[in-house]
Design a protein around this ligand. Structure first.
Ligand code: ATP
Ligand code: MG
Length: 445
């Protein structure tokens, strides 16, 4: 879409920072100097890993949260509270079950003090626009997930927003429903049947971003800074199979899988290197197996393997990161390639896999090695998980610390580096553990 007034700036963020207080009282810096511009006529997609602060940024833009520092201008004016002319679509909607579709859509206008007759007229128009014609008097429970999401869109569009924000608006829908709704939305936009002048969408789906956006902004993690911006100069409707489309998808994958480096380009200091991606062993094994099989034979194009395994970015990236940390695979240039260790892991039987995993986890995963070391040192070789949780909370948010420890426990248990009692949360060296410290113990005599 050609910008109506290419110079007209809808939204301008400059040096926006936001941190949250952790349990210990320290600050967890989530956004660190984010600059972002949206001009009239633009659809901008914001991509970033889970926890990079995308939703936080949308909340700041909509005036629902205040930045710690930095400037947010909407249509040239500073944002100081909930912004008029701006609407948000979420992953799922809390529709009121006792209200009809029509009444749910009207709600948005009631809050704005629009008179009853006009509310009704505009709500009916929005329902019509989004393809819910005939369902005005239906109740949410009578609708499919896709139709309920349409009600959510209608509720956002009825206020005729100048800027539309979407936070993973399509991600709870099945593939076909999501595609239909995306196509409908882009048609409304291109045909200018909605007065909306700009769209900012957050997504976990790279293809979705390349399909819809004029520009993609990639947000990094810990802290969130804008890592890259990519323009998408493709005409609509876009063909997912076209070379130019695939090229941009590859480029985005490449930018998003670059290993984060510390400022000095060196390995991160110990506490930060404790960070672990949320990757389950069974998924890791599944991905490594798929990579070894035809047609990949050890090396795969990321979008292709993601597609084959039915993984979204948010599922694929933690797995890739885990394989990289463990030394089982290497990601570069939008491709993932198994290392010789990764190959021998696949070739091994169940017991031998554990041995290989144990060797790698102790060598490469500082947190698992640390837990094992502490248990070796402690009288009785026992420690409560809280001990490690508190240690992690000095560096990570409570939430993050818990997730990281869960991963370390899962990996450590699989590698038989320690045992874990579900009820009491006690980590110990009891059970069949210690022989695994000498991996040769399991090798054929
Ligand atoms: N109200 C809050 N209090 C404390 N921490 C918060 C709060 N809101 C967000 N965070 C933290 O800020 C970080 C960014 O969260 P946010 O939800 O913005 O990420 P996101 O990029 O939207 O993630 P996802 O892709 O999983 O939706 C996370 O570490 C989260 O735990
Ligand atoms: Mg989010």
């Amino acid at each position: 879409m050609e910008a109506l007034h290419p110079e007209t700036n809808l939204l301008s963020l400059s040096k926006v920072c936001k941190s949250f207080k952790k349990t210990g009282g320290e600050e967890h810096l989530v956004l660190d100097g984010v600059n972002l511009e949206i001009n009239e006529g633009e659809i901008v997609a914001l991509l970033g890993r889970s926890g990079s602060g995308k939703s936080t940024l949308l909340r700041i833009i909509s005036g629902l949260a205040r930045p710690g520092s930095g400037k947010v201008l909407y249509c040239g004016l500073p944002v100081t509270g909930p912004v008029k002319g701006l609407a948000m679509v979420f992953q799922t909607f809390a529709l009121f079950p006792w209200l009809t579709v029509l009444e749910n859509v009207e709600l948005g206008l009631e809050a704005m003090g629009v008179p009853q007759a006009e509310r009704r007229r505009r709500a009916l128009a929005a329902i019509d626009l989004i393809g819910l014609d005939g369902f005005e008097s239906a109740y949410p429970k009578e609708l499919s997930g896709g139709m309920r999401q349409r009600v959510g869109f209608a509720r956002a569009l009825v206020v005729e927003p100048t800027l539309l924000l979407m936070d993973e608006a399509f991600s709870a829908l099945d593939v076909l429903t999501a595609e239909t709704l995306r196509t409908d939305l882009i048609e409304l936009w291109l045909e200018r049947r909605i007065p909306t002048k700009g769209i900012l969408l957050v997504s976990h789906n790279i293809e979705e971003a390349v399909l819809l956006a004029d520009r993609i902004v990639i947000l990094g993690t810990n802290p969130g800074v804008v890592l890259a911006e990519i323009k998408i100069p493709l005409e609509h409707p876009r063909d997912r199979e076209a070379t130019a489309f695939r090229h941009i998808v590859d480029q985005v994958y490449e930018l998003m899988t670059k290993r984060p480096r510390s400022a000095a380009g060196k390995a991160e200091a110990v506490p930060l290197s404790y960070r672990l991606p949320g990757a389950h062993i069974t998924q890791l094994a599944g991905l490594v197996e798929a990579l070894t099989a035809e047609p990949y034979n050890g090396r795969a194009d990321l979008p292709e393997i993601a597609d084959q395994m039915g993984f979204g970015v948010d599922q694929l990236f933690p797995l890739l990161e885990a394989l990289e940390i463990l030394g089982f695979a290497h990601t570069e240039g939008g491709d993932v390639e198994l290392t010789p260790s990764g190959n021998s892991f696949v070739d091994a039987d169940i017991l031998r896999r554990k041995v290989i995993f144990a060797e790698h986890v102790i060598r490469h995963v500082a947190l698992v090695a640390h837990i094992r070391h502490i248990l070796d040192e402690r009288p009785g070789n026992r420690a409560p998980e809280d001990r490690f949780l508190r240690e992690l909370e000095d560096f990570f948010s409570e939430d993050e610390a818990e997730k990281i420890l869960q991963v370390a426990i899962e990996w450590g248990r699989y590698a038989e580096q320690f045992a874990y009692e579900e009820g009491s949360g006690i980590l110990s060296l009891e059970n069949p553990v210690s022989f695994m410290c000498q991996p040769e113990a399991l090798q054929p005599k």
